[in-house]
Write a protein that binds this ligand. Sequence first.
Ligand code: NAG
Ligand code: NAG
Ligand code: NAG
Ligand code: NAG
Ligand code: NAG
Length: 353
Amino acid sequence: MVHLNILSGLFALASIATAQCGSGTPDATVTGSGNSFTAKKGSSNVYSGSDYHAAIQAALDSISSGQRVAVIASGSIGTNTISIGSGKVFEGCGTINVGNKAGRGAIESLNTVGAQIPYLTMTGNPYFGLRFYGTRNLVLGKITFNLSGGLAIRFDRDQAANSDVKMDVISCTGASSHCVETWNISGLKINQVIAKNVGESGLLLQKTTNAEVGLVDGNNVGAGTGYATLRFANENGHNNGNYNINIRINKVVSRGGGRGIFCVSQSGAVQIESVDLASNGNNAILIENCYNVKIVGGTVDGGGEVRLSARSEFANNKDISITLKVDNNTVRESPCGDNTTFNISGNAKKNIC
Ligand SMILES: *[C@@H]1O[C@H](CO)[C@@H](O)[C@H](O)[C@H]1NC(C)=O
Ligand SMILES: *[C@@H]1O[C@H](CO)[C@@H](O)[C@H](O)[C@H]1NC(C)=O
Ligand SMILES: *[C@@H]1O[C@H](CO)[C@@H](O)[C@H](O)[C@H]1NC(C)=O
Ligand SMILES: *[C@@H]1O[C@H](CO)[C@@H](O)[C@H](O)[C@H]1NC(C)=O
Ligand SMILES: *[C@@H]1O[C@H](CO)[C@@H](O)[C@H](O)[C@H]1NC(C)=O
């Protein structure tokens, strides 16, 4: 439970974030509506005109590291990208509607140190809503995506790695892909990921180490797919050549959708304290070629099988330990894993080694 107290204290540390979006005296602001926007740095105009994106970028470009922009206005940036530099604090207080530009984020912070987005509400169908790589000490606060498609938050795979990323509460509806997809992060703390009516994953961790997550809550996530409310893939958790536990998840809730929890492709090193999974359309839990996965407690009611399996391309499951109450479902281990420990209560059928 110690790590929970750490999590709840985390966001007090973000020094510049305010108690409410835009409160206090932001160093720069974007105001206006329709086709008339004004960006100011202090009392000086840095943009006046009809282009919402240009107003926002002018405000960001006018501040220096350690300063804050509050975008009070709502509007559409089209297929443009907002770029946040090192140490800059971006508060999206209005609703930022975005377009879809292949391979790009509507908002990006690339190769930066200490960028912060304490507040943001985004609508639209972005390729990536937020795109990051090469970040250090990135802080995301209360971020709400009400999308009609796209992928909400993406850390790129084939770019510089990231370290010490913090997120408070990330909420997504309507993404056709993932709510949060990471690659190559060392040091990740997330308070909550809340995903509803999302096409692929709620939280997808890949090549990420030293992660602490409070809650992942998925409702109708990944329906008709093999994705999951919480998915670990591509050697997630593998750290310095071993699978010692370094991924800690406090709670996973999932209803309907595709899978509840899915660990695949040589991931693991994870301890999940508690799960509450019901009526998942695919496996409530699937663990496939994973190493050192511990589920400490919780319930599964109905849905697809709780399944330990293996593909021949990678080594079999190893050191999987599962304590769960499973009702109206089956727990199946096939093939037999190496050093599996089950403690299953409830009315589930058990087909285990
Ligand atoms: C999300 O956006 C849609 C329109 O795109 C709107 O009808 C709905 O009320 C919004 N939902 C929330 C929770 O803001
Ligand atoms: C990020 O992960 C990918 C996939 O494993 C890997 O190819 C790449 O080298 C990594 N990048 C860095 C900078 O570590
Ligand atoms: C079996 O796995 C548990 C973790 O579930 C681990 O603590 C133990 O050391 C493993 N035993 C062997 C013999 O590897
Ligand atoms: C699921 O299992 C519980 C506990 O045994 C039982 O009370 C409930 O009726 C079952 N629900 C269904 C839909 O079978
Ligand atoms: C098995 O799980 C129950 C909770 O359902 C717990 O009380 C018990 O201590 C567990 N047994 C072992 C050997 O871990």
